[in-house]
Design a protein. Structure first.
Ligand code: KIV
Ligand code: ZN
Length: 514
């Protein structure tokens, strides 16, 4: 079986998703989980975008030990220098250079002729080669580039010292036959192609990113680029879990496999969804909540008789372990620990104790604590944002014929606490107005979403908000059996992150690639 290398760009292209804004700690947390998942390469960010991005890439580079860490760079010396600085301390550094090659980009964006594109890219690769053994080069918008010119660019990149040439379908325009055809042509026409790896980078604008990536594999691609849950610019990138599971499930057909630890897929998906605030649609292949649910009677009957009638992947393969133990308020520490083992968590003694205390609190409010509740509870505070403000109490008065009002008590940075009441056009609005008054912060609520973590009326609710103040935005999350309390917690969490971000002004808010 041919090995297909997996290049994860959740932290770079994925972070370009509208509304997504990860802080350094969150990036490190995701990178460490990606490493557990076994991805070969992690694109950690775009260091030249801002000092904050550079610092975040550096933190990832120092934390990750096994995977190759990659920094993105335009084809210019300042960007390359920024990647050099950001990748200091990386065990296995790599630079990813790009320059657009399609007629549309050449004419309107770069205002360059073909010759200038070739010269600029070659100069950049040769400059980078002084400092990096591993260089990936991407002819941006390769999908809409004349095939002869793409062959010329690829040959130049190989001569100049690239070790991987990546073919991006930047705007998600191609069909699988067309995209696969590019790889076939490059393989047969470009001198020296056997010396490098060919990579595929697809976007999902027409819903064909996974199919295009797999077509690339069938035509000789060595590496697939993508993101967890398929997040990314516009309609997103290739969904890595889809490609990996397609290769796994149809290994004979593709004659190729990845070396990912499949049982880490579900956990990685949940983590990325939680930290980016991008909810995974229920019907999403592989990681959606319904991906393994069988609703129709005929399917259920078939499943009971023989699972393979309707199941091509077992949920356990991606780490969705089912635990038979039902936990409630009378469950003891021993049962709780067994449950953690069943669900695949390896916690030290201190963490088990802390988790057990949280579980007891939850079990007081909920009759049965489900597996989803336990996962949500354990994964709630993965990243500790320094708490400037925290919610102590909350009281809400709502009636459909009266103006909603809320009173909150907020613990303030000086150790004291402040109580404030406010009205609003709804309960959540009233709570947020009261928190604004108590903290003295003026922010805009850019996004608010709520989802239920498990089933039933007493399910845990998870709220995700994005707040904006001047040019800085930050997201926050809150979890509670009460959605108003979860809303308040998400808001204070986002406020704390916003304040933290204000202290490091180098952090840009949105990546702009030109
Ligand atoms: O989609 C794209 O073209 C990119 C490049 C930077 C590789 O993300
Ligand atoms: Zn891209």
């Amino acid at each position: 079986m041919r090995k297909i290398y997996i290049f994860d760009t959740t932290l770079r292209d994925g972070e370009q998703s509208p509304g997504v804004n990860l802080n350094t700690q969150e990036k490190v947390e995701i990178a460490l989980q990606l490493e557990k998942l076994g991805v070969d390469r992690i694109e950690a960010g775009f260091p030249a975008a801002s000092p904050g991005d550079l610092a975040a890439v550096n933190a990832v580079a120092r934390a990750v030990k096994r995977a190759t860490i990659i920094g993105l760079s335009r084809s210019r010396e300042q960007d390359i220098d920024a990647v050099r600085e950001a990748l200091q301390g990386a065990e296995d550094p790599c630079i990813h250079l790009f320059l657009a090659t399609s007629p549309i980009h050449r004419k309107h964006k770069l205002r360059m002729e073909k010759e200038q594109v070739l010269e600029t890219a070659e100069k950049a690769i040769r400059y980078a080669k002084r400092y990096f053994d591993k260089i990936e080069f991407s002819p941006e918008d390769a999908g809409r580039t004349e095939i002869d010119f793409l062959c010329e660019v690829t040959a130049m990149a190989i001569r100049a010292g690239a070790t991987v040439v990546n073919i991006p379908d930047t705007v998600g325009y191609l069909t699988p036959v067309e995209f696969g055809g590019i790889f076939k042509t490059l393989k047969s026409e470009v001198p020296g192609i056997e010396k490098i790896q060919l990579s595929a980078h697809c976007h999902d604008d027409l819903g064909m990113a996974t199919a295009n990536a797999l077509a690339a594999v069938l035509n000789g691609a060595d590496q697939i680029e993508g993101t967890i849950n398929g997040i990314g610019e516009r309609a997103g990138n290739t969904s890595l879990e889809e490609v990996v599971m397609a290769l796994e499930t149809r290994a004979e057909y593709f004659g190729a496999k990845t070396s990912l630890k499949l049982t880490e897929i579900a956990k990685t998906s949940r983590l990325v969804s939680k930290l980016t605030g991008m909810v995974v649609p229920g019907n999403k292949a592989i990681v959606g909540a319904n991906a393994f649910a069988h609703e129709s009677g005929i399917h259920q009957d078939g499943m009971l008789k023989e699972k393979t009638t309707y199941e091509i992947i077992s949920p356990e393969t991606i780490g969705l372990r089912e635990s038979k133990l039902v936990l409630g308020k009378h469950s003891g520490r021993h049962a709780f620990r067994e449950k953690l083992i069943d669900l695949g968590y390896e916690l030290d003694e201190e963490s088990v104790n802390a988790a057990f205390a949280k579980f007891k609190d939850l079990a007081d409010k909920k009759k049965n604590v489900s597996d989803e509740d336990i996962r949500a509870m354990l994964e709630e505070k993965l990243v500790d944002t320094p708490e400037v403000f925290s919610l102590e109490t909350i009281h809400v008065v709502y009636g459909n014929r009266s103006v909603p009002s809320a009173t909150v008590t907020i613990r303030t940075p000086d150790g004291g606490s402040k109580e404030q009441s406010a009205e609003g056009n709804g309960s959540v609005d009233a709570i947020y107005n009261a928190i604004d008054m108590a903290t003295g912060e003026t922010v805009e609520l850019e996004d608010y979403s709520i989802k239920s973590v498990s089933q039933g009326k007493d399910a845990l609710g998870e709220v995700h908000v994005v707040l904006k103040q001047n040019d800085v935005s930050a997201q926050g999350r809150g979890l509670s059996t009460d959605i108003l309390e979860a809303s308040a917690r998400a808001y204070t969490d986002a406020l704390n992150r916003l304040i933290e971000k204000r202290k490091s002004p180098g952090r840009r808010d949105k990546l702009s690639l030109i």
